[in-house]
Every structure is written in structure tokens, then in C-alpha cells.
Design a protein around this ligand. Sequence first.
Ligand code: ATP
Length: 514
Amino acid sequence: MAQQDDVFKKIVSHAKEYGFVFPSSEIYDGLSAVYDYGQNGVELKNNIKRYWWDAMTLLHENIVGIDSAIFMHPTIWKASGHVDAFNDPLIDNRDSKKRYRADVLIEEQIAKIDDKIAKEVAKAAKRFGDSFDEAQFRATNARVLEHQAHRDALHQRFSDAMNANNLDELRQIIIDEEIVCPISGTKNWTEVRQFNLMFKTEMGSTADGSMTVYLRPETAQGIFVNYLNVQKTGRMRIPFGIAQIGKAFRNEIVARQFIFRMREFEQMEMQFFVRPGEELRWFNQWKEWRLKWHKALGLGNEKYRYHDHEKLAHYANAATDIEFRMPFGFKEVEGIHSRTNFDLSQHEKYSGKKIQYFDPELNESYVPYVIETSIGVDRMFLSVLCSSYEEEQLPGGDTRVVLHLPAPLAPVKCAVLPLVRKDGLPEKAREIVDELKFDFATHYEEKDAIGKRYRRQDAIGTPFCITVDHQTLEDNTVTLRERDSMEQTRVNIADLHALIHDRVSLASLLRKLR
Ligand code: ATP
């Protein structure tokens, strides 16, 4: 774990050093859980968003996008339930004065027991080799059974407490499980309290009579309140979806782990409207499609898992998370929820407007059911960054830091490097840049030795370096160096475009989703 922490620290400082992510307001000592994206970060982030947007709107004829405002009528948040129930249970440790989410402390405790079980299984697998029967081992090993029974009981107690909103019971679980504060190491806990996560502000001057408005805690409601607009003007027929990318704001109780949990972040959400009764089929379909989207990036299939929700929101009839193995464990990156007709019905009720769909095939009107896919851009960014970072040992004892970013997401696709800063090589290199820059994010670099320039490009994940040397002036060939293998091949300038395009185009990634 300490080693993983170490790697994570290195990733965070790499992100800063190479212009991916900066702490916000840094010259004023920063602002907690708010971050800025730098020159490379913004490109990577835009590429992630483009991948999602195109996968939704280009690959599905029946999905269209919108961009709704961050400010919305405050009654929307009453109708959606956020004013009354968008709370997290918080608990303080009296000795360290640190604040925690009570539910997260318990979830981490459950994860610890899972780890113990996994360790027992791994140990036995090693001991028994090929003859190991995991199912039998899990069903019969005394230690595993004991851990499992503890885990199941704890889990049950936790879901019951969460479902009943029983704050005293949450605290009691923390006491009974002897969970200690990681900072002070003590069990000196306060009561558990509910805390609303929405930021409030005032709209209009007080003389006019101002109104309390909220910074949206999710983008989804902007889609729901535009359902009728889009359905009518787009002449959409069910099933259809509306996609949106935009900022969301949550006054998170505990904001740690870099950009994993921020107070201002970005979401990519898609609400898919279906016939009542067909929602679970579509839920399963979207579960499958969304995992495929993640896996197509090639970050490693073993890094993903589904986590089905035990505690369903009162309006949901199915929910799952897609979790990704971050350096600090498996964590939610995306949620897929079957939200029934809750949101649209609530908006019908609160607005007094009829929000229904006339289904010509059934010859009846109904409030559509909704499957939601909701993914955080920043968490996605973090998962890409963490799994791409490598300190690679090279033959000869040298090391290099390289970001093995999926090529279509890389901020810079190719760098053109004249071997020396004379003899007409810079001019030739500029000519190449002037051709490639219309299709690819292309860098030109002439400072420092060529090896140093390669390393700088490796560190930001540039898939290709193109080196212009004296031979280039004679035969129009250059060296094309590939980031991961570091292989160098001599290619004709005329072939560069096709070679690069083949690897870096977003279309090649999208084709994998067919
Ligand atoms: P968590 O349990 O981690 O707080 P959540 O279940 O509240 O997340 P959702 O409301 O389902 O999250 O939001 C959908 C997605 O938005 C999440 O999967 C995550 O990727 C992203 N997200 C939510 N809260 C944050 C945050 N504070 N910072 C960054 N991304 C976030």
C-alpha cells in the first residue's frame, strides 16, 4: 500500500510538472479540492470528452446532445429531491479534528475484509498450484468462512442503516467495528450528522428581491427539464437519448485523492428514455455498452469491475457502478442507473406541465422511464493518467518516465525534431509541421539534445517523434520513433500522415465499439 501511495504521489507531481493538472489558485496557497487543467491536461481532457461525445452522438442515431445552463430554477432541485435529500452522513474525530463520511469509513472496512479473503485465496492458489479449486476452497476454508460471515453481517447491517437513514446505527457500526481515525488512531468519534452537498448563491440584487439558486450538483436535471423541447423539436421517437457534458458542483465533506473527489468537476451524462417495462433490458444493454467503451481504450481489462448497488435510491430499480483500479483501490468512475419515471414525474408535478410521450405503436401516452449513464470526466482523466504512467527501466540501467496514453487521447500526437539547429534542418522540420498540423496536434522542438527531447515527449505521452537529419535533405526520409517500443524506422515524409493517422485517429477507437 505504501508503495502504491508512493506511485500516486509521483503521478500527482508528474501531472503538475508536465502541465496536466495544477492546484487551483496556487499562488494564494490553493483552494481545497479545486484544480486547474494545464496546457497538456486540457487537451487530454478534451480528447476524453470527444471520445465520449462521439461514441454517444455519432454511433447512436437516436442520441442527441444539449448544453444546458448551470443555473436553473430552484424548484428543479426541490422536485429532484436534492434540496431535501442530497446529503452525506458526516462524522468527526475529536482528536484529529478530521471529518469523514461515515458511509465511506464503513465501506472501507468492508473492503479490508474482502482483501483478507482475497489474500487467503491467493495464498492457497500458490500453495496448491494447478490443482487448486477456488470455489471449493471458499466454501470450506474455516478462515475464509469466518471472514465471509463477518463481511456479510456487516454489509447487511450497513445497508439496513443506510436504507433507513439511521445515523445512530451508522455511528454504532463504526464503534462496534473499532474503526479508528487514520490520522489520530483513536476511536473518539462525534455523532453522525447529515450534510447537504449543494452550493447556494443569490441571483439578482437584493433591491429587486433576490432568489436563492444552486450550482447544479449534476447535469442530469438540465436534460430532464429539456425533455419536451428536444423530443418535440428533434421529433425523437422512444427509445432515444439526450447527452450532455458540463460542470457540476458538490460541497464534498471529504475531498482527497487529487482530482478523484473535487468540489467543482465535470460530468458526461446521458439519459436514455424508454418504454415503461423495458427499462431493465436497456439497463443491461447500457451496462454492457459502457464497459465496452472503457475497455476499448486498452488500459487493461482486469482493471474494471461492476459494483451493483445494494442501497438503491428510492426511485431507482437498478444501479451499478463501473469501478476502475486506481492506485488507491477499485473506485467508481461511472454510474449506470435505472431511474424509473421518477424525475420526469416529479417535474410534471412541480411544474404543472404534462411531460409525456405519445407512443404511436402502443397508441397510448406515458411518462417515459429513464436509464442514466453518468461518468465523471476528471475521474476518467485520473484513471487514464494512473494506468498510463510508468517509470521504465531501460537496458543499460537508465530509466525513463513515460505516459502510455491511448494514442487518440494523447495531448500531442507527434513532435517534429530537427537533429541540429543548423544546416537547413529546422526549416525542413517546419515544413513537415506545416503539413501535419492541420490534422494532428503537432509540436516543434529544437532545444537540447535529441535524447532529452524524446524523454520530454515520452513524459507527456506523445505517440510519435519525427526526427529530421541530414539524410532528410537528400532523400525526404525521416526517423519515426514510436513512444512505447522506442523503435525507430526510416520512413518517407509522404507516408507520415497515413502512418500517424492509423494510430491516433479517434475513429479507430470508435470502430472498436461496433
Ligand atoms: P461518490 O459515491 O464517489 O460520491 P456518486 O455516486 O455520488 O459518487 P454520482 O452522483 O453517481 O456519483 O455521479 C456520477 C459520476 O460523477 C461519478 O461516477 C463520478 O465519476 C463523478 N463524480 C461525482 N462526484 C464527483 C466529485 N466530487 N469529483 C469528481 N467526480 C465526481
